[in-house]
Design a protein around this ligand. Structure first.
Ligand SMILES: Cc1cc2nc3c(=O)[nH]c(=O)nc-3n(C[C@H](O)[C@H](O)[C@H](O)COP(=O)(O)OP(=O)(O)OC[C@H]3O[C@@H](n4cnc5c(N)ncnc54)[C@H](O)[C@@H]3O)c2cc1C
Length: 293
């Protein structure tokens, strides 16, 4: 399939990119790795008049810890994320997410910023960002603003980004002692989008009580879902077989799946229950705890 005709801009600075977007509001789209946008254009599901390629914009490909958080520049490619010793050592949920995005060919181009900005409920990173309580840095004509990821996914394929804003960075709180995370994905075959995906992040105190829990769901609603009910339920409780089972049930109830070729509503809901229990159990083990029955 051939996309509609479009003009291509390759700005050399962030200011130039933002000013181009502002001058062509509603007609221009940011192009990052192109792994979601180009297929959409080929199917004529998107027909932007202008593409603003941000690959040459400096300052968007950093990956480092600073001031208590991990900063991921929006142009960090999945292949860079998954090979990073920092991510491998300290951010297991992020690593597990990156490793199941598509296939290595796609991951050589696909960016973390693009995965999140695309706001596809089937994309893997959003659920993990919700569990990790990331912040999204958006830069526009008025400068920078920070959006909690829980407020970022506003609707189906829609985010809180304004038309002249570029997602420039994702910030993830650095792991504290006694914390751990995991991402568990059920897919029909390797490289496919999720039937269901669940991200979990927990922090336990010295006595094994849950100080904080984060749970995000992939592909079971019109947006990536944060499971507030299960998070609140776990806070202050000992993480054990019983509390994890109850939290998993709450996650299943919070899911809003639709039936499609990947399964029925009942099947997907039950997979949310199963995968939430697995993700919480793995997160707890990584936090230094274990599931006592
Ligand atoms: C064969 C195949 C399999 C796939 N499987 C998976 C999968 O299993 N899991 C998964 O999560 N994804 C999957 N994807 C989707 C794709 O990998 C992700 O959506 C990808 O990470 C998008 O990143 P990108 O850099 O390519 O974004 P692009 O395609 O360049 O952009 C995507 C959207 O985000 C916007 N955008 C991008 N960057 C920014 C920015 N910095 N600021 C503002 N807006 C921006 C663009 O305007 C566009 O609307 C698959 C894709 C393919 C082709």
């Amino acid at each position: 399939m051939i996309p509609s005709a479009f003009e291509y801009a390759a700005p050399q600075s962030l200011a130039e990119a933002i000013s181009f977007l502002q001058g062509h509001a509603g007609q221009a789209k940011v192009l990052a790795g192109g792994q979601s946008l180009i297929p959409l254009m080929k199917f004529r599901l998107a027909s932007p008049e202008y593409l603003v390629d941000i690959a040459r914009v400096p300052g968007l490909a950093h990956l480092e810890e600073r001031a208590g958080h991990l900063a991921i520049g929006s142009m960090v490619r999945e292949a860079v994320l998954e090979a990073s010793p920092l991510i491998r050592a300290r951010y297991p949920a992020l690593l597990e997410t990156s490793l199941v995005v598509a296939d290595p060919l796609v991951r050589n181009f696909a960016t973390v910023g693009g995965n999140v900005a695309h706001a596809d409920p089937a994309n893997d990173h959003p659920a993990t960002m919700l569990a990790l309580e990331a912040e999204i840095v958006a830069t526009g004509l008025d400068g920078e603003r920070t959006i909690p990821v829980a407020e970022f996914f506003t609707d189906f394929f829609t985010t809180a980004l304004r038309p002249d804003e570029i997602l420039t960075e994702i910030r993830i709180p650095a792991p504290t002692a006694g914390s751990g995370g995991a991402y568990v994905k059920l897919e029909r075959k390797v490289g496919d989008f999720a039937i269901v995906g669940v991200a979990a992040q927990v922090a336990i105190d010295a006595t094994g009580i849950c100080a904080r829990a984060g749970i995000g769901l992939t592909n079971v609603g019109p947006t990536p879902l944060k499971v507030h009910s299960a998070e609140a339920f776990l806070q202050g409780k000992r993480l054990d077989q019983d509390s994890i089972t109850q939290a998993a049930q709450l996650a299943a109830e919070a899911a809003r799946p639709e039936a499609d070729l990947r399964g029925s509503i009942a099947y997907k809901r039950d997979m949310v229950r199963v995968l939430t229990a697995r993700a919480l159990t793995r997160a707890l083990e990584r936090a230094g705890g274990h599931v006592a029955s």
